[in-house]
Design a protein around this ligand. Sequence first.
Ligand code: ZN
Length: 339
Amino acid sequence: MATTRRPTSPHAVWVGVDLGGTKLMCSVLDSKFRVLAEDRTSVPPAEGQQKGLKRMAELIENTLKQSGMRRGSLAAIGVGCPGPLDLEKGLIVHAPNLGWRKVPLKKFLEGVFGRPVVVSNDVDAGTFGEYVAGAAQGARTVLGIFPGTGIGGACIYEGQLIRGARQSCMEIGHVKVWPAGPLCGCGRRGCLEAVAGRLAIAAQAAAAAYRGDAPALLERTGTDISKIRSKALADAIRDGDHVVERIVRRAARYIGLAAANAINLLAPDVVVLGGGLVEAMPKLFLEEVEEEARDKVMPSFRDTFKVVAAKLGDRATVIGAAALAARAVQSGEVRHDAG
Ligand SMILES: [Zn+2]
């Protein structure tokens, strides 16, 4: 793998794409990763993956047009996707929310745009975005934790994203925090995600609402787990559902415990918390995660890190995906003349 830095024109633009659950967001960014234009669209799962890919190409084309930049100034495209992925091939192995399987994303977009395409894990990209333009700028080692439906993690060390040969890593959602705990989507028991992910929180909150212990939540969403999303939980807590608050605080404590284990291994100077749950309840999550992490790390680590909330919101992934693509092109890791 070449390591020489390749010059990129200062007028070059980078495109970042966030393939979310069923939403697509695209930004065109300048060489300092400032947003020049952004646009979004939805990807109805029923349309299938061919139409979905076509929508992505159209969105990129339209966003480039809105930015006023010519296609010739496009240096590379970075796409952040939920896993599992084959990072070498730029392949989405499976996107359960969309029902997509074995999607050759890199090959498709390089065919359409004739520029290098770098596919990244969405939480890796989100954490990298916070590192280049958000809450973790200037850190030596960043640990990113993004609790949502699942719980994703990422680590950046001296500006380099830590990853495996083909796979992303830092699956903090599947670190065991309760060996005899509930069954996780991965098939094992007691993973952080099964104890503290949004689905786990929503299931407990729904039970509380059913029992009559969470009247504000019951009025808002009923006991339908799919409706008990981050904002509904935050609203119920604000309106006095103490049982819901206890459930969420307990989940955040488990995230703090998993963070402590990761801190002992990586010694991050910044732990950045992002994702839907944290965005809806930043104070609660920062308090509980930080307190539990400081309590559970080795004493010599206790004062070596800060815990911060992500700053870029839903832009973190597009900015990070573009920045990871820029890094790969500039380091010679992917060819500039691909396609
Ligand atoms: Zn698991």
